[in-house]
Design a protein around this ligand. Structure first.
Ligand code: PRP
Length: 219
């Protein structure tokens, strides 16, 4: 049996549909109510946790695989796990966001940047050779420039609705984000055949979907 940590919420819904398309009976998932661990047949055991815990459980080898956004992977890199699949769903992007007046701040002034992603923010400003002070927030990061905690934010943007609703905009996109399958390196070796066949099933499905969409576009 393969043990998978799955990010609760939006990612969970997409993966539930995908597993249904792959032929798994997803009833235990659809009807799980508040259960945090379910089994799909005798093939998959799924635990439902927050994104950062998906990465931590995979790193520690408490689960074999994890399904999580690449934002969390970029922020928490580790040699203990590998990326196996880009589902190409849950697409959004990292961006530097703020008020239009951000561009008026002189380059040599240390900027205050609020973010849930300090590593991403530091790497981005290091490339620009600009010094920053990072203000780590756990969520609702958009509030920071509004109440004067920061000059700008580094955050993920999906629809852009939160930025617009708060009078902010994208100053510069940083990197794209999508849902990924990751695997603990030791577990990948231990369960080589089981995991390879699960990964192949997903890749075959992705290829089928890509073929259908290409042939529709070529009509
Ligand atoms: C994320 C992100 C933005 C928002 C972007 O927050 O941090 O706040 O979504 O989405 P949008 O472009 O579609 O408006 P999330 O919903 O994860 O909640 P959080 O603020 O608690 O992090």
């Amino acid at each position: 049996m393969i043990k998978i940590a799955l990010t609760k919420g939006r990612i969970e819904k997409n993966i539930e549909e995908l597993l249904g398309e792959l032929g798994y009976d997803t009833n235990p998932m659809v009807n799980k109510d508040r259960k945090l661990l379910i089994e799909l047949g005798n093939e998959l055991q799924i635990v439902f946790v927050k994104s950062i815990d998906v990465v931590n459980l995979v790193k520690l080898g408490f689960v074999d695989l994890g399904i999580v956004g690449s934002d969390i992977i970029f922020e928490n890199p580790s040699e203990k796990y590998s990326q196996l699949i880009d589902f190409e769903t849950g697409k959004c992007f990292f961006a530097l966001c703020g008020y239009q007046t951000y561009s008026e701040i002189p380059d040599d002034r240390v900027k205050r940047i609020a973010t849930k992603y300090p590593n991403i923010a530091r790497a981005y400003f290091e490339k620009k050779k600009q010094e920053i002070e990072v203000i780590k927030l756990q969520g609702s990061v958009e509030i920071a420039p509004i109440i004067g905690i920061s000059d700008a934010i580094v955050d993920i943007v999906e629809t852009g609705d939160t930025l617009r609703a708060n009078g902010l905009s994208v100053i510069e996109p940083i990197a794209s984000v999508s849902t990924r399958l990751i695997g603990n390196n030791e577990r990948i070796q231990e369960k080589e055949h089981e995991i390879a066949s699960f990964v192949e099933k997903i890749n075959n499905y992705k290829n089928r979907v890509a073929c259908v969409s290409n042939s529709k576009n070529n009509r």
